[in-house]
Design a protein around this ligand. Structure first.
Ligand code: ATP
Length: 339
């Protein structure tokens, strides 16, 4: 029976990369039943709120969504739709695997790390105010329950995926209470439940320096919300950029698969966007169906798609961000030809 999946094309480059990904998934004959819905500017243009309740309901019903990026206005306007969605569905664990891809040459060839980002707390709490004109504040929130659940999630993930080490990036020397709580929760879970997974901590500034000097020393990085956001893009830069890093947001009741990058309005509608990050996110979704729903066919389709895009890259089939010439749709065709 076909799995129901909510599909949110999103804004900017979202619709074009979504079409490219759907073309590949259709060619791979995956058995999915798409439920299209809108969020962000696309929803506003249709006369709906930026985060329509109907879209949230569709995701809850399906349990799974594939989502394009939604534009967030800078310095004004509505709150980030991506953040609203993660909060509304309590998608507390963001996972971004960052690895070298064949045919994409970068300074390093030994990057294989996974970022686990707490997705609902920290400075993303949305609590911001103007105390008096000229003085504004924003609240960094950490709860014991929130810190513990992301720590559990990360160690469970490490165990299931047979990863060897978790490194927590923190700034608990300065944010003694909030980052202190995050750190203590991770240490507790490590010590009492997962002593076999290697565990280390690094102050985030020094950690970033180590990352750009020698990323191969890291395995899983566990970070609070804002650090996870920033370090994710840094890590994308280690392997070739935003066009090739996928992601997933997990909660207890739903999972939303989306690329790391945003809506890139500067290149929208020109066929310049790399659809690979969203395609890789779709492959994560197929693997998830394989693992959580014992759906071997989806998992097999995911493996075939991954082989096909690896081959395409190895044979020099690349979009402009990776130094190639292919358009968004041409790259999808190149993958389809190798399925
Ligand atoms: P948003 O406001 O939605 O976060 P943004 O443009 O500020 O969008 P990103 O979309 O994350 O932020 O990307 C920054 C830049 O990286 C873009 O301007 C674009 O040039 C490039 N980029 C991002 N994603 C891709 C992609 N899939 N393919 C090619 N280039 C990309």
């Amino acid at each position: 029976m076909a799995h129901p999946v909510a599909l949110i094309p999103g804004d900017g480059i979202g619709p074009e990369i979504t079409e490219a990904v759907l073309a590949v998934l259709n060619a791979a004959e995956v058995d999915l039943e798409w439920h299209r819905c809108q969020a962000g500017l696309a929803a506003l243009e249709a006369g709906d709120p930026v985060m329509p309740e109907e879209t949230l309901e569709t995701i809850r019903r399906c349990g799974i969504a594939l989502k394009g990026p939604c534009t967030t206005p800078v310095g004004e306007g509505f709150a980030s739709v991506n953040v609203q969605l993660r909060k509304a569905l309590s998608l507390y664990a963001a996972v971004r695997p960052v690895r070298n891809l064949p045919g994409v040459t970068t300074r390093f060839d030994n990057v294989d790390l996974v970022i686990v980002r707490e997705n609902t707390e920290g400075l993303y709490s949305g609590i911001e105010n103007e105390v008096v004109p000229g003085l504004v504040t924003r609240m960094k929130v950490a709860t014991e329950a929130g810190c513990e659940r992301i720590a559990h999630w990360a160690f469970r993930y490490a165990t299931r995926r047979q990863r060897r080490k978790i490194t927590v990036f923190h700034k608990a020397n300065i944010m003694k209470m909030t980052d202190g709580l995050f750190l203590r929760a991770a240490e507790h879970v490590h010590k009492h439940e997962y002593p076999n997974i290697e565990y280390e901590i690094a102050i985030i500034d020094a950690g970033c320096m180590r990352l750009v000097q020698d990323p191969g020393q890291f395995d899983i990085l566990l970070l609070e919300n804002l650090y996870g956001d920033v370090v994710s893009d840094l890590c994308a830069g280690l392997v070739g950029g935003l066009g090739i890093v996928p992601g997933a947001n997990f909660g207890d009741d739903a999972a939303v698969f989306e690329a790391l990058h945003g809506s890139a309005p500067d290149i929208a509608g020109q066929g310049l966007a790399n659809p690979l990050a969203l395609l890789m996110s779709a492959v994560m979704m197929l693997n998830y169906l394989g693992e959580e729903c014992d759906d071997d066919e989806s998992a097999a389709a995911g493996a075939r798609i991954r082989d096909a895009y690896d081959r395409a890259l190895r044979e020099g089939m690349k979009t402009r961000d990776l130094g190639g010439e292919l358009s968004t749709a041409d790259f999808a065709e190149a993958v389809i030809a190798r399925l």
